[in-house]
Ligand binder design. Structure first.
Ligand SMILES: Nc1ncnc2c1ncn2[C@@H]1O[C@H](COP(=O)(O)OP(=O)(O)OP(=O)(O)O)[C@@H](O)[C@H]1O
Ligand SMILES: [Mg+2]
Length: 221
């Protein structure tokens, strides 16, 4: 369902070229539960952004369900992201002036939120043990709770693929464990594909496949 073909990303910084990704060839099937590891600066976030269409490669192709998203116009790409992909970022990225339920519904706002979708948001928060926190602002939530809101937000559009950039990075061990467990459940129950960037061998130990990056290249799969 996800395929990269010779994907290379070079960042231009004045006269210097910085390699973010180098000739990445990757196939990820539907329903995989996969982690990406590698030292700082090895290109993990770069690869995640390229797969999610948040950034364009310098060369190479990225196919989602057989469609090359590299050639797409921003508008069409937006639709692919909205319909198929959910993102979880390292720093929660919740909007501080919106409540938990409002943050959960953010990806839907451009199209308007239906009563059914509102209901779905409530159910997601409920299933993440946030029933009593629905009207809380991020500042009134613990780190683990904020990250669970971020997962609810990533799942609100019923994506096929969830891309998570160090989702447990800011959490203590227990909250991190619970978070991975939630993702495992979504993977098992609903077949959502998860790609999880992590530094933590405990987290990668729970995934069925791990890709190791170094200097923008896959060194082990
Ligand atoms: N916008 C940018 N402009 C220039 N160079 C960049 C940019 N983003 C990333 N890089 C460089 O590309 C390389 C890969 O960065 P990336 O953020 O993908 O690494 P990472 O594996 O996610 O690291 P970390 O574990 O620290 O998050 C690094 O050398 C980084 O300095
Ligand atoms: Mg990173």
């Amino acid at each position: 369902m996800i395929e990269t073909r010779n994907v290379t990303k070079i960042y231009k910084l004045g006269d210097t070229d910085v390699i973010g990704a180098k000739e990445i060839n990757l196939k990820i099937e539907e329903g995989e539960f996969l982690s990406i590891m590698g030292p700082s600066g090895s290109g993990k976030s770069t690869l995640l952004y390229l797969i999610g269409g948040l950034d364009k490669p310098t060369s190479g192709d990225v196919l989602i369900d057989g469609v090359n998203i590299v050639e797409m116009e921003e508008r069409a790409l937006c639709e692919v992201r909205r319909d198929k992909i959910g993102f979880i970022f390292q720093e929660f990225n919740l909007i501080s002036t919106l409540t938990a339920i409002e943050n959960t519904l953010v990806p839907l706002i451009p199209m308007g939120v239906s009563a059914d979708e509102m209901e779905r948001g409530m159910k997601l928060l409920e299933s993440f043990d946030l029933k009593d926190r629905i009207d809380h602002l991020p500042g009134q939530l613990s780190g683990g709770q904020q990250q669970r809101v971020a997962i609810a937000r990533a799942l609100i559009n019923e994506p096929e693929i969830v891309l998570a950039d160090e989702p447990t990075g800011e959490l203590d061990t227990k909250s991190g464990d619970e978070l991975i467990q939630l993702m495992e459940e979504m993977n098992r129950r609903e077949g959502v594909t998860f790609i999880i960037v992590t530094h933590d061998p405990v987290v990668s130990g729970k995934t069925r496949r791990t890709i190791f990056l170094q200097d923008g290249m896959i060194v082990k799969d």
